[in-house]
Design a protein around this ligand. Structure first.
Ligand code: NAP
Length: 268
Protein backbone atom coordinates (compact mmCIF):
# COMPACT_ATOMS: atom_id res chain seq x y z
CA UNK A 1 0.00 0.00 0.00
CA UNK A 2 1.36 3.46 -0.93
CA UNK A 3 2.00 6.11 1.68
CA UNK A 4 -0.38 9.07 1.54
CA UNK A 5 0.49 12.78 1.44
CA UNK A 6 -1.91 15.69 1.78
CA UNK A 7 -0.52 18.90 0.29
CA UNK A 8 -2.40 22.15 0.74
CA UNK A 9 -2.34 24.56 -2.18
CA UNK A 10 -0.98 21.96 -4.60
CA UNK A 11 -2.75 23.18 -7.74
CA UNK A 12 0.01 25.65 -8.61
CA UNK A 13 3.49 26.85 -7.75
CA UNK A 14 5.45 25.36 -4.87
CA UNK A 15 2.67 22.96 -3.83
CA UNK A 16 2.56 21.54 -7.34
CA UNK A 17 6.35 21.12 -7.28
CA UNK A 18 6.07 19.23 -3.99
CA UNK A 19 3.29 17.00 -5.34
CA UNK A 20 5.37 16.07 -8.40
CA UNK A 21 8.38 15.07 -6.27
CA UNK A 22 6.25 13.02 -3.88
CA UNK A 23 4.63 11.32 -6.88
CA UNK A 24 8.09 10.21 -8.00
CA UNK A 25 8.54 8.59 -4.59
CA UNK A 26 5.28 6.68 -4.99
CA UNK A 27 3.04 8.60 -2.59
CA UNK A 28 -0.71 8.66 -3.15
CA UNK A 29 -1.72 12.31 -3.07
CA UNK A 30 -4.45 14.68 -2.02
CA UNK A 31 -4.06 17.80 -4.15
CA UNK A 32 -5.84 20.58 -2.28
CA UNK A 33 -6.79 23.85 -3.95
CA UNK A 34 -8.90 26.91 -3.15
CA UNK A 35 -10.62 27.82 -6.43
CA UNK A 36 -8.56 26.74 -9.43
CA UNK A 37 -10.04 23.31 -10.18
CA UNK A 38 -8.53 23.05 -13.63
CA UNK A 39 -4.99 23.59 -12.33
CA UNK A 40 -5.59 21.04 -9.57
CA UNK A 41 -6.79 18.45 -12.11
CA UNK A 42 -3.74 19.12 -14.26
CA UNK A 43 -1.38 18.70 -11.30
CA UNK A 44 -3.06 15.44 -10.29
CA UNK A 45 -2.82 14.08 -13.84
CA UNK A 46 0.82 15.17 -14.16
CA UNK A 47 1.65 13.49 -10.85
CA UNK A 48 0.18 10.15 -11.95
CA UNK A 49 2.09 10.42 -15.25
CA UNK A 50 5.32 11.41 -13.45
CA UNK A 51 5.07 8.39 -11.15
CA UNK A 52 4.47 6.10 -14.11
CA UNK A 53 7.70 7.26 -15.77
CA UNK A 54 9.57 5.94 -12.71
CA UNK A 55 7.62 2.67 -12.79
CA UNK A 56 5.35 3.59 -9.87
CA UNK A 57 1.59 3.48 -9.69
CA UNK A 58 -0.05 6.18 -7.59
CA UNK A 59 -3.43 7.81 -7.15
CA UNK A 60 -3.90 11.58 -7.00
CA UNK A 61 -7.23 13.02 -5.87
CA UNK A 62 -8.16 16.70 -5.86
CA UNK A 63 -10.05 18.36 -3.01
CA UNK A 64 -11.34 21.93 -2.90
CA UNK A 65 -11.05 23.43 0.57
CA UNK A 66 -10.29 26.91 1.88
CA UNK A 67 -7.90 26.15 4.74
CA UNK A 68 -8.92 29.32 6.58
CA UNK A 69 -12.39 27.84 7.18
CA UNK A 70 -13.07 25.35 9.98
CA UNK A 71 -15.60 23.33 7.99
CA UNK A 72 -13.26 23.10 5.00
CA UNK A 73 -10.37 21.87 7.13
CA UNK A 74 -12.60 19.06 8.42
CA UNK A 75 -13.73 18.37 4.85
CA UNK A 76 -10.09 18.00 3.74
CA UNK A 77 -9.23 15.54 6.49
CA UNK A 78 -12.49 13.60 6.02
CA UNK A 79 -11.82 13.44 2.27
CA UNK A 80 -8.32 12.04 2.87
CA UNK A 81 -9.70 9.48 5.31
CA UNK A 82 -12.51 8.31 3.04
CA UNK A 83 -10.32 8.25 -0.09
CA UNK A 84 -7.19 6.58 1.30
CA UNK A 85 -7.84 5.65 4.95
CA UNK A 86 -4.42 6.87 6.08
CA UNK A 87 -2.19 9.94 6.28
CA UNK A 88 1.61 9.68 6.33
CA UNK A 89 2.59 13.24 5.44
CA UNK A 90 0.88 16.59 5.82
CA UNK A 91 2.47 19.45 3.89
CA UNK A 92 1.17 22.85 4.97
CA UNK A 93 2.00 24.78 1.84
CA UNK A 94 -1.03 26.93 0.92
CA UNK A 95 -0.50 30.60 1.59
CA UNK A 96 -1.23 33.97 0.11
CA UNK A 97 0.50 37.33 -0.30
CA UNK A 98 -1.38 40.57 0.31
CA UNK A 99 -3.55 41.60 -2.65
CA UNK A 100 -1.89 45.00 -2.53
CA UNK A 101 1.55 45.69 -1.13
CA UNK A 102 1.00 48.64 1.20
CA UNK A 103 3.42 50.57 3.38
CA UNK A 104 3.00 49.57 7.04
CA UNK A 105 2.04 53.16 7.87
CA UNK A 106 -1.01 52.80 5.60
CA UNK A 107 -1.87 49.08 5.51
CA UNK A 108 -5.33 48.05 6.67
CA UNK A 109 -6.75 45.43 9.01
CA UNK A 110 -8.68 43.55 6.33
CA UNK A 111 -5.51 42.34 4.61
CA UNK A 112 -3.94 41.53 7.99
CA UNK A 113 -6.94 39.37 9.00
CA UNK A 114 -7.00 37.60 5.62
CA UNK A 115 -3.32 36.70 5.85
CA UNK A 116 -3.50 35.59 9.46
CA UNK A 117 -6.51 33.39 8.69
CA UNK A 118 -5.06 31.68 5.63
CA UNK A 119 -1.34 31.65 6.47
CA UNK A 120 -1.47 30.99 10.23
CA UNK A 121 -4.85 29.87 11.56
CA UNK A 122 -5.40 27.50 8.62
CA UNK A 123 -2.20 25.46 8.97
CA UNK A 124 -2.24 25.61 12.77
CA UNK A 125 -5.65 24.00 13.07
CA UNK A 126 -5.27 21.72 10.06
CA UNK A 127 -2.14 20.37 11.74
CA UNK A 128 -4.14 19.79 14.90
CA UNK A 129 -6.69 17.67 13.01
CA UNK A 130 -4.02 15.75 11.12
CA UNK A 131 -1.92 15.18 14.24
CA UNK A 132 -4.87 13.79 16.20
CA UNK A 133 -5.60 11.34 13.39
CA UNK A 134 -1.92 10.34 13.12
CA UNK A 135 -1.68 9.75 16.89
CA UNK A 136 -4.88 7.65 16.87
CA UNK A 137 -3.63 5.58 13.92
CA UNK A 138 -0.28 4.98 15.60
CA UNK A 139 -2.00 3.84 18.80
CA UNK A 140 -4.05 1.34 16.79
CA UNK A 141 -0.92 0.17 14.95
CA UNK A 142 0.97 -0.37 18.19
CA UNK A 143 -1.86 -2.28 19.81
CA UNK A 144 -2.53 -4.51 16.79
CA UNK A 145 1.05 -5.05 15.49
CA UNK A 146 2.86 -4.66 18.83
CA UNK A 147 5.14 -2.06 17.22
CA UNK A 148 5.08 1.22 15.33
CA UNK A 149 5.92 0.73 11.67
CA UNK A 150 4.78 3.98 10.05
CA UNK A 151 6.57 7.26 10.60
CA UNK A 152 4.13 10.06 9.84
CA UNK A 153 5.53 13.54 9.35
CA UNK A 154 4.40 17.13 9.13
CA UNK A 155 6.13 19.78 7.02
CA UNK A 156 5.23 23.47 6.95
CA UNK A 157 6.32 25.85 4.20
CA UNK A 158 7.08 29.20 5.77
CA UNK A 159 9.27 31.88 4.13
CA UNK A 160 12.38 34.01 4.50
CA UNK A 161 9.76 36.64 5.37
CA UNK A 162 9.57 35.01 8.81
CA UNK A 163 12.69 37.03 9.70
CA UNK A 164 13.09 39.55 6.85
CA UNK A 165 11.45 42.98 7.22
CA UNK A 166 9.60 44.03 4.06
CA UNK A 167 7.93 47.28 5.06
CA UNK A 168 5.46 47.08 2.17
CA UNK A 169 3.94 43.78 3.34
CA UNK A 170 4.19 43.70 7.10
CA UNK A 171 1.08 41.51 7.32
CA UNK A 172 2.80 38.77 5.31
CA UNK A 173 5.99 38.99 7.40
CA UNK A 174 4.08 38.85 10.67
CA UNK A 175 2.00 35.90 9.46
CA UNK A 176 5.10 33.95 8.39
CA UNK A 177 6.90 34.76 11.66
CA UNK A 178 3.88 33.44 13.57
CA UNK A 179 3.72 30.36 11.35
CA UNK A 180 7.34 29.58 12.24
CA UNK A 181 6.23 28.77 15.80
CA UNK A 182 4.02 25.94 14.51
CA UNK A 183 6.95 23.60 13.94
CA UNK A 184 8.65 23.81 17.37
CA UNK A 185 5.25 23.50 19.06
CA UNK A 186 4.11 20.41 17.20
CA UNK A 187 7.62 18.91 17.13
CA UNK A 188 7.78 19.10 20.93
CA UNK A 189 4.24 17.77 21.36
CA UNK A 190 4.41 14.90 18.87
CA UNK A 191 7.92 13.50 19.39
CA UNK A 192 6.69 11.03 22.00
CA UNK A 193 4.37 9.60 19.34
CA UNK A 194 7.13 9.18 16.76
CA UNK A 195 5.93 12.00 14.53
CA UNK A 196 8.66 14.33 13.25
CA UNK A 197 7.81 17.91 12.32
CA UNK A 198 9.81 20.20 10.01
CA UNK A 199 9.75 23.70 8.55
CA UNK A 200 11.00 24.51 5.07
CA UNK A 201 11.84 28.17 4.55
CA UNK A 202 11.88 29.02 0.83
CA UNK A 203 13.69 32.03 -0.56
CA UNK A 204 12.68 33.72 -3.80
CA UNK A 205 10.85 31.13 -5.86
CA UNK A 206 9.47 31.56 -9.37
CA UNK A 207 5.68 31.13 -9.08
CA UNK A 208 2.51 33.15 -9.72
CA UNK A 209 3.03 34.73 -6.29
CA UNK A 210 6.29 36.39 -7.32
CA UNK A 211 5.21 37.05 -10.94
CA UNK A 212 4.23 40.63 -10.18
CA UNK A 213 7.66 41.50 -8.78
CA UNK A 214 9.75 39.51 -11.25
CA UNK A 215 11.77 42.44 -12.59
CA UNK A 216 12.56 43.76 -9.12
CA UNK A 217 13.83 40.34 -7.99
CA UNK A 218 15.67 39.70 -11.28
CA UNK A 219 17.74 42.78 -10.53
CA UNK A 220 18.29 41.98 -6.84
CA UNK A 221 19.46 38.47 -7.69
CA UNK A 222 21.75 39.74 -10.47
CA UNK A 223 23.18 42.25 -7.95
CA UNK A 224 24.13 39.42 -5.57
CA UNK A 225 21.24 39.28 -3.07
CA UNK A 226 21.64 35.50 -2.87
CA UNK A 227 24.99 33.68 -2.84
CA UNK A 228 23.54 31.16 -5.31
CA UNK A 229 22.64 33.62 -8.06
CA UNK A 230 19.40 32.28 -9.47
CA UNK A 231 15.68 32.11 -8.78
CA UNK A 232 14.53 29.11 -6.78
CA UNK A 233 12.07 26.72 -8.39
CA UNK A 234 9.11 24.74 -7.04
CA UNK A 235 11.24 21.66 -7.73
CA UNK A 236 13.91 22.94 -5.30
CA UNK A 237 11.30 22.95 -2.53
CA UNK A 238 9.83 19.65 -3.71
CA UNK A 239 13.20 17.96 -3.44
CA UNK A 240 13.69 19.20 0.14
CA UNK A 241 10.25 17.82 1.03
CA UNK A 242 11.18 14.55 -0.70
CA UNK A 243 14.34 14.24 1.43
CA UNK A 244 12.23 14.48 4.60
CA UNK A 245 9.50 12.25 3.19
CA UNK A 246 12.09 9.52 2.54
CA UNK A 247 13.01 9.63 6.23
CA UNK A 248 16.53 10.89 5.61
CA UNK A 249 16.41 13.04 8.78
CA UNK A 250 15.08 10.54 11.34
CA UNK A 251 16.87 12.01 14.40
CA UNK A 252 15.89 15.62 13.62
CA UNK A 253 12.64 17.25 14.54
CA UNK A 254 11.62 20.88 14.84
CA UNK A 255 14.28 21.67 12.24
CA UNK A 256 14.23 24.55 9.77
CA UNK A 257 15.57 23.84 6.29
CA UNK A 258 16.51 27.03 4.47
CA UNK A 259 15.93 26.45 0.74
CA UNK A 260 16.90 29.93 -0.32
CA UNK A 261 20.15 29.89 -2.30
CA UNK A 262 21.95 31.04 0.86
CA UNK A 263 19.83 34.20 1.35
CA UNK A 264 19.93 33.72 5.13
CA UNK A 265 23.73 33.92 5.37
CA UNK A 266 25.20 37.03 6.95
CA UNK A 267 28.08 38.22 4.82
CA UNK A 268 30.85 40.75 5.33
P1 NAP B 1 0.97 30.49 -5.54
O1 NAP B 1 1.71 30.18 -6.80
O2 NAP B 1 0.20 31.75 -5.45
O3 NAP B 1 0.01 29.23 -5.21
C1 NAP B 1 -0.77 29.29 -4.06
C2 NAP B 1 -1.46 27.96 -3.86
O4 NAP B 1 -2.19 28.02 -2.63
C3 NAP B 1 -2.48 27.63 -4.95
O5 NAP B 1 -2.49 26.25 -5.12
C4 NAP B 1 -3.78 28.12 -4.34
O6 NAP B 1 -4.94 27.44 -4.84
C5 NAP B 1 -3.56 27.76 -2.88
N1 NAP B 1 -4.38 28.54 -1.94
C6 NAP B 1 -4.45 29.88 -1.81
N2 NAP B 1 -5.29 30.20 -0.81
C7 NAP B 1 -5.77 29.05 -0.30
C8 NAP B 1 -6.68 28.70 0.71
N3 NAP B 1 -7.29 29.66 1.44
N4 NAP B 1 -6.95 27.40 0.96
C9 NAP B 1 -6.35 26.43 0.23
N5 NAP B 1 -5.47 26.68 -0.76
C10 NAP B 1 -5.18 27.98 -1.02
O7 NAP B 1 1.98 30.53 -4.29
P2 NAP B 1 3.43 29.87 -4.10
O8 NAP B 1 4.44 30.87 -4.49
O9 NAP B 1 3.45 28.52 -4.69
O10 NAP B 1 3.47 29.77 -2.51
C11 NAP B 1 3.21 28.58 -1.80
C12 NAP B 1 3.66 28.77 -0.36
O11 NAP B 1 5.05 29.09 -0.32
C13 NAP B 1 2.95 29.92 0.36
O12 NAP B 1 2.73 29.56 1.71
C14 NAP B 1 3.97 31.04 0.26
O13 NAP B 1 3.79 31.99 1.28
C15 NAP B 1 5.25 30.29 0.39
N6 NAP B 1 6.42 30.96 -0.15
C16 NAP B 1 6.49 31.36 -1.45
C17 NAP B 1 7.64 32.01 -1.91
C18 NAP B 1 7.81 32.44 -3.32
O14 NAP B 1 8.80 33.15 -3.61
N7 NAP B 1 6.94 32.10 -4.25
C19 NAP B 1 8.69 32.25 -1.02
C20 NAP B 1 8.59 31.84 0.29
C21 NAP B 1 7.45 31.20 0.72
P3 NAP B 1 -5.72 27.95 -6.20
O15 NAP B 1 -4.84 27.53 -7.36
O16 NAP B 1 -7.00 27.22 -6.16
O17 NAP B 1 -5.83 29.43 -6.08
Amino acid sequence: MNQVALITGASRGIGRGIALELAKLGFDLVVNYAGNEEAARQTAADCVAQAKVGGKSIRAAICQADISLTADRHKLIDFTRSTYGRLDLLVNNAGVAPNVRADILDAGEESFDRLMNINVKGPYFLTQLAARWMVDSLNVERSTLGAQRSKPKIITISSISAYTASTNRGDYCIAKAALSMLTPLYAARLAEHGINVYEIRPGIIATDMTGAVKEKYDKLIADGLTPIQRWGTPEDIGRAVAAIAQDLLPFSTGEVLNVDGGFHLRRL
